[in-house]
Design a protein around this ligand. Structure first.
Ligand SMILES: Cc1ncc(C[n+]2csc(CCOP(=O)(O)OP(=O)(O)O)c2C)c(N)n1
Ligand SMILES: [Mg+2]
Length: 386
């Protein structure tokens, strides 16, 4: 007879603010924020949701090729993002617009990637955040390598590696867990469990809650209510401090929900029920913080009106900036594949140039007009760093 030793009960996810906006206490985590800081979190949440909505609309109007919405995951991202310090570094996938926001990446710099005018528009070293990664889970290894480098340099920073529930099934993530554990890499693995990996539900990724994976590798795992910005901030802050202090990696599972389809190319109604979506809508991360601010008189109507107006201005600005992003020179595609010259790249560049050179009559050929008249590199413009 086989004897099993599975834990039978998982602790509830860490929560400091319940879905109705009441604060709750937790024995291990607390936050001591000023009224200004509570309001700042609310402003972050509202503004990044508005940026996300505008990007979705821009895609629908043909201005972006694709967009991956963060709708519903604002608290998971803003809480984690606001826990970061300047010396930390982020490796993320493609949905972490809220984290990028907290790193000071201007929203327009997110859009070039989705418009197809840039491979990655922001300077990773300036932002302390690598450009988006679409290869699911691949950047977990980059993050661990970077973390090991921080240790060897004796630097006082930690790495936040963000990925989804689906990514936890990737070999890369498991290899990253092993390396981080045995080398005590200062890495916080931040898994946003939004319950879906495109059309695959969480039940197809795991038999046990994801945070428990950490124990098998020998480091702590914590589950947090990902729709509670206070809890995600408190837990990520503690985990980053743990990593910075040389105690090794941590896995955080932020339990949240992807309210939008996977991307603008997806139709989520084909695989999930409206009831499930409605259930999560009732746990909306912004509504619960607003309820708390109102109940505790931390903000008044004028504040909420100001934030809404500011978010609208941001959306208008983003639309203008997006539509004026210059098309890149076609051969710019090859510029950063390798650091130096490479024979295959040189051949392919020459082939594309020869192809474009066929269209010499600029007055009659739209293709030529569009692709060869705008050879300017991206100027310092709306999305540039101030
Ligand atoms: C290695 C790899 N396999 C498959 C894909 C296709 N793909 C893109 S996103 C995605 C689902 C990822 O789900 P999850 O990790 O839960 O992140 P979420 O999109 O929910 O944020 C898949 C399978 C990919 N980009 N990379
Ligand atoms: Mg997912």
């Amino acid at each position: 007879m086989l004897t099993t030793h599975f834990p039978t009960r998982d602790p509830d996810p860490v929560q400091l603010l319940d879905p109705s906006g009441h604060r709750v206490t937790h024995p291990d985590y607390a936050l001591d924020l000023s009224p200004e800081e509570y309001r700042a979190l609310y402003r972050d949440l509202v503004r990044i949701r508005r940026v996300d909505a505008e990007a979705t609309t821009l895609q629908r109007q043909g201005e972006l090729g694709l967009w991956a919405s963060l709708l519903g995951q604002e608290a998971a991202q803003i809480g984690a993002g606001r826990a970061l310090r300047p010396q930390d570094f982020v490796f993320s996938s493609y949905r972490e617009h809220g984290i990028a926001w907290c790193r000071g990446v201007p929203p327009i710099d997110l859009l070039g990637f989705w418009r197809g005018t840039a491979h990655g528009s922001w300077d990773p070293y300036r932002a302390g955040m690598a450009n988006y990664q679409v290869v699911v889970g691949g950047h977990a290894l980059h993050g661990v390598g970077y973390g090991m480098g921080l240790r060897l340099d004796g630097a006082d920073g930690a790495v936040l590696v963000c990925f989804g529930d689906g990514a936890t099934s990737q070999g890369d993530v498991h290899e990253a867990f092993t390396y981080a554990a045995v080398f005590d890499a200062p890495v916080v693995f931040y898994c946003q469990n939004n319950h879906w990996a495109i059309s695959e539900p969480l039940t197809r990724q795991t038999r046990v809650p994801l945070y428990r994976r950490a124990f098998g590798y020998g480091f702590p795992g914590i589950r947090v209510d990902g729709n509670d910005v206070l809890a995600t901030l408190a837990v990520t802050d503690a985990a980053l401090e743990h990593a910075r202090s040389g105690s090794g990696p941590v896995l955080i599972e932020a339990v949240t929900y992807r309210m939008a389809p996977h991307t603008t190319s997806d139709d989520a109604t084909r695989y999930r029920s409206p009831d499930e979506v409605a259930e999560w809508a009732a746990r909306d991360p912004i509504a619960r913080l607003r309820a708390c601010l109102e109940r505790e008189a931390l903000a008044d109507d004028a504040f909420f009106a100001d934030v809404a107006a500011e978010a609208e201005r941001l959306a208008v600005q983003l639309r203008t900036e997006c539509r004026s992003l210059p098309d890149p020179r076609p051969t710019a595609l090859f510029d950063h594949v390798y650091a130096g010259p490479h024979p295959l790249i040189d051949t392919e560049r020459a082939q594309l140039t020869a192809f474009l050179d066929q269209f010499t009559d600029r007055s009659t050929d739209r293709f030529t007009d569009r692709f060869t008249d705008r050879f300017t590199d991206r100027p310092e413009g709306p999305g540039s760093w101030s």
